[in-house]
Structures are given as C-alpha cells and as structure tokens.
Design a protein around this ligand. Sequence first.
Ligand SMILES: O=c1ccn([C@@H]2O[C@H](COP(=O)(O)O)[C@@H](O)[C@H]2O)c(=O)[nH]1
Length: 293
Amino acid sequence: MSATDGAPAPFGRRLAEAMAAAGPLCLGVDPHPGLLADWGLEDTPAGLEEFSVRALAAAAGEGTLRVAALKPQVALYERHGSAGVAALERLLARARDAGVLTIADAKRGDIGSTMDGYAAAWLDPASPLAADAVTLSPYLGYGTLSATVERARAAGRGVFVLALTSNPEGVSVQHAGAAEPEGAVAARIVAAAAADNARLAEAGDWGPVGLVVGATVADRAAALGVDLAGLRGPLLAPGYGAQGATAAGMRDGFGRAWPQVLATSSRDILRQGPEVGALTRAIEAARAELTAA
Ligand SMILES: O=c1ccn([C@@H]2O[C@H](COP(=O)(O)O)[C@@H](O)[C@H]2O)c(=O)[nH]1
C-alpha cells in the first residue's frame, strides 16, 4: 500500500524496487518429479510442500532477500489436483509474509468472458491463489487480456505476456507475419503491451504489463522489429541456466533493454538442493553473475 492514500503501490514500482534491492534474479520454483526424487522427497503434495518451503528459505531465509521474485510453475502443482494447488496457495502466502514478490507461471489466456475468471483467481487480493503477477498467453488475441490488465493495475499487480518464448517451437507463431506491414506477431504483441503501459503507468514507474522474452532468443528481437526498450515495463527472461543462456549472452542479446530484465532460473539452481545452504549459494552465484554482467 502507498503510505499516503491506502491505494496499492503499482506492481511496476514494487518490482523495480525489489530488483534494485536484491538484483535481477527470479527463482523459479518448479517441483519436477525428478528434482523431488533427487531431493529425497516423494512426488506427493507433502513432497511439494517441503520442496516449496526449502526454495523459499533459500530465496528469503533469515530476513535476507536474495531474489527479486519467486516464480512457481503452476502446472507442476496442479499435477496433484486440489492438494497440489493447496500447497501452491501456502507457498504464495508464505512468500507474501516473507516480503517476496510472486509471479504465478500459469500462462493463462481465454476468450474475454471467461478470462475474467482466471484474472480473479490469480490477481484478486482476496483469492487464495493471489500472486503479485501472473503469466498470460495472448494467442487468443491481445485484446482478450484487456480486462485482466485493468484488474491488475487496479490491484497494484501485474501481468507478464508471452511475446518471444524461449522454446524453439515458438518461432512458428511468434515470428509469423514478419514481412507484413504490421510486422511479426511478436512485434504486434510488444507494441500493444507498450501502448497499455503508456496509458496506465504512473509517472516514473513501469506499467503493469511485462513481457516474457526468452533469454535464449532475446538476440532475435531487433531483427523482428521488436522494441523491448520502449515497453516501459519489465522483461521476464526464462532460459538462463538450464536452457543454456548465460548472463553475458543475455546482456548482449537484450542490449538497451538489459536494465528491464528479470532473469528467471529454475532447474539450474534447484538441482543444487535439497540443503537450503547449497541452494542459497547457487542463488548467490547466479545473482552475482547477473549483477556483474
Ligand atoms: O518462454 C518461456 C516461458 C516460460 N518458461 C518457464 O520458465 C521456467 C524455466 O525453467 P528452467 O528450469 O530454468 O529451464 C519453466 O517454469 C518454464 O515453464 C520458459 O522456460 N520459457
């Protein structure tokens, strides 16, 4: 909440402050079955719970914030139905109590009339699944996300819209149309997001709309006519670590937009578990590498 009027502080400001304080790293919390086994945990809701508690302790234990945000991978909790979702709810609540921003990686997208249900689930402060931000898919048309963007802004929360994803298959959709006057699909999404932020951002802040731009593909943006530096918002960059992207490569690939980048890493850090101390050291190493780049 802002100190003056009781209104929620904008997500863009809260994230920028967290990145300034803790550095540009987001810890992905991805309880893959293989990781759970490596940690000596069962692939059960109780195993997910212990995995989540340890990841959060490494990210923000003993009052020290080591990451700017935590990004739970929703699908890996949903595998266990309502009990898995309950474990996710408790992770979100614990992160809130620890002062860590959360980005629910749910990749939601639907026709307008039902999109509002997803928006309520992930962004309404009263929802048990409320996160500070949620990832969204624009592939039913960017306009289907308008009400969600407005709800996020009103609640001091944010969204990250998939623009250029880190996986090779994304090219077939996101690069399409590059030869047309309106440009590639990705460029149109980035332009629409920038227009929302230009309208909704408060003076001096990032707007509520961030983009997902893979760390592995950032160097393709310029050739597609994508202006990431003009977004006036954060860039969530998966692909650092396990998918092969390096801090130096990301800095070069993102160019002028590098100060907006929140690099997210899951497996590369989590595979150092289960000891919280070893996880903490892996986080510190990634954070130092990113900060130095
Ligand atoms: O383009 C995208 C969008 C989302 N992701 C997600 O990020 C993490 C990456 O995990 P790593 O273990 O660090 O590779 C995962 O949850 C993906 O679903 C992405 O990789 N690429």
